[in-house]
Write a protein that binds this ligand. Structure first.
Ligand SMILES: *Cc1c(COP(=O)(O)O)cnc(C)c1O
Length: 488
């Protein structure tokens, strides 16, 4: 007679191996060298506890019969779990998305010299706040201020944690409790987290919106000026563009108006480009130098967008305003550390020789590399992949546009090439998931069941490692079970 469920469950529970027995398995002995024993023991206990719960909760005999309770099988599950826990949470990825500046992917990769600087600064003590001339205390901001002034033509500069922080600090210093006039067409949200109206509220300034979504004129600003007005603000629309019937107040007009009414004018540039990208066929992006030359009193921009440096927010402009901003207590809460400053100084120094900047700053190289070069790389990658993957994958090349992203050059469609991968009887979704789970994850786009690897956002020096990763993962796609796999 067949056993009752209760009897079946009791039998399974008796079959469940003891913790010590699982620990004896060779899979776990092997990893004992790299992973502390107490972590392995803990994982074994967890797995055994989970199995016990599965047995107790089973609703049908079939579920129990499908369970593999051998010590060897359980040891494999334990090994997977401790390996997973030993992996770094934050790790480098291949950006195959075709979006160069991806906030979710950490924005701009650093130039090699910047990485070297931050390693050295990290490893050692440094003169962060001591003057090597006098031996007295100095300011951490001095390390990059002169450089920023030289590159932009501004009188003074300050670096804080990010551009949102820069905008906040400037508004809080100059306009708390008073009004800031902004055009309705420039009340932007960037990346879902930076919303200008909210940053303004947090800073204590009051927003005075003028004009309409598509049109604002000097007279709109002029009419809104009153005794509570503290600042005229211009915001670069960054990640969108209003096309068609439009009018925006030019920087020069705002500066003129500010002078007439004795009011400072601030511009949030977002990206902060220091080189003219139009000579590479890219749309015009306002350069920091141009805003300084136009007479804007304060200009803020990010360090990790088109500048290509570490996360930071840079404020350049007139000394009288920067002196006030520097002495705001909130500056302390937004200050940058030695790692940021060293990487930023290194990056900025590259701009002293524009050609070096274009060659060595990854984001500028990616933006300006000719499509023909990408095509050649795509061909090489495709042939290596086709040879390595065999008939299970159809490898091809496509030609679509890449994007800048990160709220920069929203309309720029960069000519690019992609390696395409289509599985024959191998699931694309599963492959994409496994690529994302690799030790060095590959983040790719999918289009019509094809995986697209865009060459413009991939770093050329990593092409070899990318092929290795793709071959390693894709050859396993039809071998590895998906889902929990456990106990089924
Ligand atoms: C990106 C951006 C910001 C936010 O900068 P973070 O460095 O991400 O804080 C603010 N304003 C504009 C116009 C932007 O483009």
């Amino acid at each position: 007679m067949s056993l009752t469920m209760k009897q079946l469950k009791q039998r399974c529970l008796r079959l469940l191996p003891a913790v010590d027995k699982i620990l004896q398995e060779k899979e776990l002995k092997e990893i004992g060298e790299e992973i502390p024993r107490h972590l392995i023991v803990e994982a074994v206990q967890e797995i055994v506890t989970e199995k016990r719960a599965v047995i107790r909760g089973a609703a049908a005999a079939g579920e129990l019969e499908a369970l593999d309770l051998s010590p060897a099988f359980l040891a494999c599950r334990v090994r997977e779990r401790v390996r997973e826990e030993a992996r770094f949470s934050l790790r480098p990825v291949f950006n195959a998305t075709g979006v160069l500046l991806h906030t979710n992917l950490g924005r701009a990769p650093l130039a090699a010299v910047a990485v070297q600087s931050l390693q050295e600064a990290g490893r050692s003590f440094c003169n962060l706040e001591i003057s090597l001339k006098t031996g007295h205390r100095s300011s951490r901001y001095e390390h990059v201020e002169a450089l920023l002034c030289r590159l932009t033509g501004a009188e003074a500069a300050l670096v804080v944690n990010n551009n949102a922080g820069a905008v906040f600090l400037a508004l809080n210093t100059l306009a708390a409790g008073r009004e800031v006039i902004v055009s309705r067409g420039e009340l932007v949200e960037i990346g879902g987290s930076f919303r200008l109206p909210e940053v303004m509220t947090a800073s204590g300034a009051f927003l005075a919106e003028v004009g309409t979504t598509n049109k604002s004129y000097r007279r709109d600003f002029e009419r809104a000026i009153n005794e509570r007005t503290a600042l005229l603000l211009k915001v670069h629309s960054s990640n969108f563009k209003i096309l068609g019937f439009t009018a925006a107040v030019q920087a020069g007009q705002l500066v003129e108006l500010g002078r007439e009414h004795n009011l400072p004018v601030m511009e949030d540039l977002g990206s902060g480009v220091l080189v003219d990208l139009t000579r590479f066929g890219l749309p015009a992006e306002p350069m920091v130098q141009e805003s300084v030359a136009a007479g804007i009193d304060l200009i803020t921009f990010s360090g990790d967008k088109l500048l290509g440096g570490p996360q930071s927010g840079i404020i350049v402009g007139k000394r009288e305003y920067l002196d006030r901003i520097k002495s705001n207590q909130m500056a302390r809460a937004l200050r940058v550390d030695k790692l940021t400053l060293s990487a930023l100084e290194s990056t900025l120094r590259l701009y002293l020789h524009e050609e070096r900047a274009l060659k060595e700053i990854p984001i500028l190289r990616m933006l300006t590399v000719p499509a023909a070069v990408l095509k050649e790389r795509a061909k090489v990658l495709a042939s290596q992949l086709a040879a390595g993957l065999g008939p299970k994958w159809r490898v091809g090349i496509s030609q679509e546009r890449a994007r800048v992203g990160g709220g920069s050059l929203p309309l720029a469609a960069l000519p690019s090439y992609q390696v395409t991968l289509a599985g024959r009887r191998v699931g694309t979704a599963k492959a994409v998931r496994m690529l994302r789970d690799a030790d060095r994850p590959v983040i790719a786009r999918v289009r019509k069941k094809k995986i697209l690897l865009d060459l413009r956002s991939l770093q050329e020096e990593e092409d070899g490692l990318l092929v290795e990763t793709l071959l390693g993962v894709l050859s396993q796609v039809d071998k590895v079970e998906t889902g929990g796999g456990d106990g089924r």
